[in-house]
Design a protein around this ligand. Structure first.
Ligand SMILES: Cc1cc2nc3c(=O)[nH]c(=O)nc-3n(C[C@H](O)[C@H](O)[C@H](O)COP(=O)(O)OP(=O)(O)OC[C@H]3O[C@@H](n4cnc5c(N)ncnc54)[C@H](O)[C@@H]3O)c2cc1C
Length: 374
């Protein structure tokens, strides 16, 4: 078995034996989610796409997407939390700062270094809300990051901040508040940063609250050059979003699989043939959606954008319908906070909006409206 296939099997085994039995608990209990993330580190599962030269296992895209579906199928909170770190691995790897790669990447699979991300603000139109300015030896950061998931898990995150000329600088910054106007060392890894970082209280969210999402504000914060991963040209996020339209759908697919699992469970227990019929119909649609997603990913050419948007909207719509089917098949019990069906339904909400762009919003609404009427 190749190293990357072995890593996928190790991840699947971990999800099945250690995460699935605790999925309801992890959803609500931060300390349990912390334990699971530590365990993922022990199993070296936190940097699956990391290049061989930094320790591997360099999981290729199709296997990594299978992993993403399986983790989203098992626990939304774990999937959402750890995908931030896995994305940081990919972004740092793709950067230009070799010293930063040497420093971070070897320690990112076992959790010695955990890094979130915070760059959705680059999607917003109008004057940038998170700005960077060049100074001697680094960049001065001022502004607001509206979403950073992983507070208390990740001591740092990869921020995206807009430069005056329109490019964006990406750098590793603390995900901990500094003392007011502190020139003081935050920790041994951030000894030379100065300025002020303010972190909000964790948001009270309908779903995935245990993943601890916060806002972060920067005031005259100096990030030194050795923490800068790369600079992206103007419009980078729009291009990146356009390339990733269909890729983002794998979380929704995993969520739909979770809903189908609940329907399957009910079909096995209750004496209603229509439950089995519904199960088969959902399974068929899942197979069709997976195949359409794989096809849509073959090209990221502009001409395929409408098809990729339609597939993403299908994945979002299907996640919500499969979760709703799980609720329906589970009857009143679905309302219990201990029941997976309501958790999966709430998780579908997050996958509906994460990495949303106006085009994804439009495609989703177009699909939802088309289903109206009798
Ligand atoms: C629970 C949760 C956790 C998250 N965690 C992270 C994280 O860890 N890291 C991270 O980077 N992101 C995170 N996100 C952000 C997520 O990817 C965003 O939801 C997504 O980028 C959409 O942005 P928004 O929700 O801020 O919406 P908006 O700011 O409304 O933006 C959505 C889109 O609409 C456009 N738009 C909005 N208003 C207008 C207008 N008036 N005119 C023209 N265009 C407009 C924007 O330009 C943007 O393209 C998280 C989101 C959620 C819900």
């Amino acid at each position: 078995m190749s190293r990357e296939v072995e890593a996928l099997e190790r991840a699947k085994h971990f999800l099945k034996t250690e995460v699935a039995p605790k999925a309801q608990l992890i959803d609500r209990d931060v300390s349990e989610l912390h334990k699971i993330v530590r365990r993922m580190g022990e199993l070296e599962l936190l940097a699956l796409k990391r290049a061989e030269r930094f320790g591997g296992p360099e999981m290729p895209e199709p296997l990594f997407r299978i992993y993403q579906e399986e983790v989203a199928r098992t626990s939304g909170s774990l999937a959402f939390l750890t995908t931030q770190h896995q994305s940081a691995v990919g972004l740092i790897s793709g950067g230009e700062n070799e010293a930063l790669k040497e420093d971070y990447l070897p320690k990112m699979a076992n959790g010695d270094r955990l890094v979130g991300i915070g760059f959705s603000q680059l999607r917003r139109n109008g004057p940038p809300i998170m700005c960077a300015e060049r100074t001697e030896g680094g960049y001065i950061l001022n502004g607001h990051v509206p979403w950073v998931t992983g507070w208390s898990y990740f001591p740092e995150f990869l921020i995206g901040a807009s430069l005056p000329e329109g490019q964006s600088v990406f750098a590793v910054v603390p995900l901990v508040a500094t003392p007011v106007d502190g020139k003081k060392a935050l920790d041994e890894n951030a000894a030379d940063e100065i300025g002020k970082v303010t972190v909000s209280a964790p948001m009270e969210l309908a779903a995935m609250g245990a993943a601890m999402t916060v806002t972060v504000d920067f005031e005259r914060f100096l990030v030194p050059d050795h923490k800068v991963a790369f600079i992206k040209p103007t419009g980078w996020i729009k291009n990146s979003d356009a390339i990733n339209i269909a890729l983002q759908g794998h979380f929704a697919i995993g969520c739909a699989m979770a809903g189908i699992d609940v329907v399957r469970d009910n079909a096995g227990k209750k004496p209603f043939p229509f439950l089995t019929d519904a199960l088969h119909a959902l399974e068929q649609e899942l197979a069709d959606l997976k195949s359409a997603t794989a096809n849509a990913q073959r090209s990221t050419d502009d001409s395929t954008t409408p098809e990729r948007l339609a597939v993403r909207a299908w994945a979002i719509d299907f996640a919500v319908r499969a979760a709703h089917a799980a609720i329906t098949a589970s009857s009143g019990a679905a309302n219990s906070v201990d029941h997976p069906a309501q958790r999966i339904y709430r998780e579908a909400l997050v996958y509906t909006v994460s990495a949303q762009t106006p085009a994804v919003m439009e495609a989703t609404l177009t699909r939802l409206i088309a289903r109206g009427g009798r």
